[in-house]
Design a protein around this ligand. Structure first.
Ligand code: NAD
Length: 167
């Protein structure tokens, strides 16, 4: 979807060594900016996955920070990391040494609706932001439980269920 609608180059984390690919694409330097938009449900593989899953199940950490670790380790020296994915509590094996030694800028934010929604709606109205493709399931309010189920389980190609009162 990102490739089709935004025109971005994409890498599949399930099939590619992301760190190696990013270095290759950036002349060995790493990206200037890494935006983490995955949050505490990050998937990973191998020992890291086993470690995170076990610690989470044993309540020794609340979240799985695989994508945050990856962003910090991949980012170039002096680069910036933005953590937009939601985290709830504590994480383990946070590469603080890399943040410090590479001089990274770390920022995060819950979306500030009151501040940004009016600007975003205006840009949508002017056709500068296209969002139609995200509303894969437009439903009535009565279909709310079904919409949430489709979204949560990622069924039927659901990206966003949008509810229209009176539909
Ligand atoms: N900061 C905010 O205000 C704000 C607002 C809305 C949503 N969020 C958060 O943003 C995150 C994403 O939300 P969403 O609705 O797009 O979720 P989503 O489940 O639709 O998308 C998450 C994507 O991350 C991918 N992913 C999982 N592990 C990955 C990894 N290791 N590397 C790369 N990609 C990986 C999944 O395949 C999936 O496509 C969630 O944590 C959500 O809570 C934050």
């Amino acid at each position: 979807m990102t490739r089709r609608h935004v025109g971005a180059e994409t890498l599949n984390y399930e099939k590619t060594d992301i760190d190696a690919e990013l270095r290759e694409m950036s002349g060995g330097r790493g990206p200037d900016v890494c935006i983490e938009a995955v949050g505490m449900e990050a998937h990973s593989s191998g020992v890291q996955n086993l470690y995170d899953q076990t610690k989470q199940q044993l309540r020794l950490q609340t979240d799985r920070p695989a994508a945050v670790r990856q962003a910090i380790l991949a980012c170039r020296k002096g680069g910036s990391i933005f953590i937009l994915g939601v985290f709830a509590g504590f994480v383990d094996k946070f590469p603080l040494g890399a943040v410090m030694n590479k001089g990274l800028t770390l920022r995060s934010a819950q979306q500030h609706g009151h501040r940004y929604i009016p600007m975003l709606l205006e840009r949508m109205e002017r056709g500068e932001l296209k969002t139609d493709h995200l509303a894969t399931h437009v439903m009535s309010l009565d279909d709310g439980p079904e919409g949430y189920h489709l979204f949560k389980e990622k069924l039927d190609g659901c990206v966003r269920a949008v509810f229209e009162p009176g539909r």
